[in-house]
Ligand binder design. Structure first.
Ligand code: HEM
Length: 195
């Protein structure tokens, strides 16, 4: 009876897989071995409680600390390389504490390049290029600005805002010409009040 079953099984293996029964069983065993090796790596095991292997991850995070205004240069020290410092990232000049997502932004994480920076341009353009790792969003198109807005909403709802980026006062020609009319108006006012 058992022999007959094995014969049927052998035939089925050859018909459906094209492999000899021995090869099929070897492939099956290898598959199972890989499966258990992989799940053993990630799943909790009875003999080694998670807390021992992943003790660091399960430790509660300290509450976010408000920093106020911070320069882009100062923000760099919060890129996760110092585990004692919070992990920060900025969008549109607003700084968020992303320490809870160390697996994304921490060293070795897929988005580590955004940490300690205002990544607005990169997020808007869905780019990982070095030149886009900046808070400068000038010249972006409407779709890119929309994408950036969505990122900002996501960050606002998921993370705590802990500060803003202190911008150096821009000294551009555009800026100075735009502010010219105001002082002119002031002067006339001064004159009239002096008379
Ligand atoms: C092949 C393309 C990509 C795939 C498959 C992918 C996949 C993912 C996944 C699965 C997550 C986790 C989502 C969650 O659990 O909340 C994630 C998060 C994220 N992705 Fe991507 N991604 C891709 C491209 C990009 C690009 C191009 C950018 C920006 C330049 C980006 C920026 C981010 C950021 C910032 C997060 C973290 C958001 C948070 O803090 O919650 N991704 N991505």
């Amino acid at each position: 009876m058992a022999l007959q079953l094995w014969e049927t099984l052998k035939e089925a293996i050859i018909t459906y897989t094209g492999l000899s029964p021995a090869t099929f069983l070897a492939v099956l065993a290898l598959g199972l071995a890989v499966y258990y090796a992989v799940t053993g790596l990630f799943g909790p095991s009875d003999h080694h409680p998670r807390s021992r292997d992943y003790g660091e991850e399960t430790q509660p995070l300290p509450p976010p600390v408000q920093l106020g205004e911070v320069t882009e240069e100062e923000l760099k020290q919060y890129d996760g390389t110092d585990p004692k410092k919070p992990l920060l990232m900025a969008i549109k000049g607003q700084i968020y504490d992303v320490s809870q997502s160390r697996m994304f932004y921490g060293p070795g994480g897929p988005y580590a390049l955004f940490a300690g920076k205002d990544a607005s341009r990169a997020l808007a353009k869905m780019s990982f290029e070095e030149k886009d790792l900046t808070g400068d969003i000038s010249g972006l198109g409407p779709f890119e600005l929309d994408a950036l807005q969505d990122w900002e909403y996501k960050f606002m709802s998921k993370y705590v805002k802990v500060g803003t980026i202190k911008k150096p006062v821009p000294v551009t020609e555009e800026g100075s010409s735009a502010s010219e009319p105001a002082p002119a108006a002031d002067k006339t006012e001064e004159k009239s009040s002096a008379e």
